[in-house]
Design a protein around this ligand. Structure first.
Ligand code: BEZ
Ligand code: FE
Length: 286
């Protein structure tokens, strides 16, 4: 049977060819593949002019929603699973290290240094939780003086940067490991929370019948000389959203051993986890 020519094939080829003088080979490849796949998508769904205009309006609104503390494009990447796909590709080689997961849009660079055993949260922000653990190399050697950024929502399910009257960091801090690779700090038992749903990404999720919830978790980001930086989080295993994270960030190995005790005003919690960082040179370059 005679094959129908692809509609717009010459156009697609011309657009790809227009990138022949790209500044380097990798950018030329990314541009060519982006055009190839984007045009294939338009052909595949037979996108109408009105639908394309709606798409452009959506992307415009996504950009307009971004400011110093609101990053709607990260939300878009996360809710479309692109962040976790990029993460899966970057970490495809079997690794002896702790698994990574999404950074999310709420990391800030102004967290204060918290002394060993100190608290990252104001009192009464939630159920107090003692967090302890170790940071080691794959052979078990403790990693001394690793810097660990930790951040989480308060008991109301909000990050500090979501409060217009924020004057200083809360629910976040930088802790360090001691000579035995140990760390220790106080935080709150994390709660499940909604990612920001008042922008175009929230509207997209609503239009798809999707919810905006993330299962409770505590974020960690590690840096230590000679080791590959790691961004990860520990999830609460019995959270109602553990099987339906709005941003697909949960991995089984990142379910933390959150232990609750007491009730009411006497409620407390604890979490212990031993992290493994991989030496810089053993990470696969992709
Ligand atoms: C977070 O865990 O902070 C987060 C991740 C992705 C999107 C929104 C929030
Ligand atoms: Fe989070």
């Amino acid at each position: 049977m005679l094959q129908q020519p692809e509609i717009g094939r010459t156009l697609t080829n011309d657009v790809i060819a227009s990138g022949a003088n790209a500044r380097d080979e990798r950018w030329r490849e990314i541009y060519a593949k982006l055009v190839e796949h984007l045009h294939a998508f338009v052909r595949d769904v037979e996108l109408t002019p009105n639908e394309w205009l709606e798409g452009i309006r959506f992307l415009t609104a996504t950009g307009q929603k971004c400011d110093d503390v609101r990053q709607e494009f990260i939300l878009l990447s996360d809710t479309l699973g692109v962040s976790m796909l990029v993460d899966a590709l970057a970490n495809r080689a079997a690794s002896a290290g702790t698994a990574s997961t999404v950074l999310g849009p709420f990391f800030t660079t102004d967290a204060e240094e918290i002394p060993f055993g100190g608290s990252i949260s104001r009192p009464d922000d939630g159920i107090p939780m003692a967090v302890t653990g170790t940071v080691r190399a794959p052979d078990g050697t403790p990693i001394t003086n690793a810097a660990i950024e930790v951040w989480e929502v308060d008991g109301a399910g909000q990050y500090d940067v979501q409060y217009a009257d924020r004057v200083e960091p809360n629910g976040r801090g930088r802790v360090r490991t001691d000579a035995g690779g140990r760390f220790s700090f106080m935080a709150n038992l994390p709660v499940s929370y909604s990612i920001p749903g008042d922008g175009p990404v929230g509207a997209m999720l609503a239009s798809l019948g999707r919810h905006t919830m993330r299962p409770a978790h505590l974020h960690f980001s590690f840096t230590a000389p000679g080791f590959t930086p790691l961004t990860t989080a520990l999830y609460v295993g019995d959270d109602p959203y553990i099987g339906g994270d709005a941003v697909f960030g949960v991995k089984p190995s990142l379910i933390g051993d959150y232990v609750r005790s007491g009730t009411g005003a006497d409620a407390t919690a604890s979490l212990h986890y031993d992290f493994v960082l991989v030496p810089e040179r053993t990470v696969a370059r992709v």
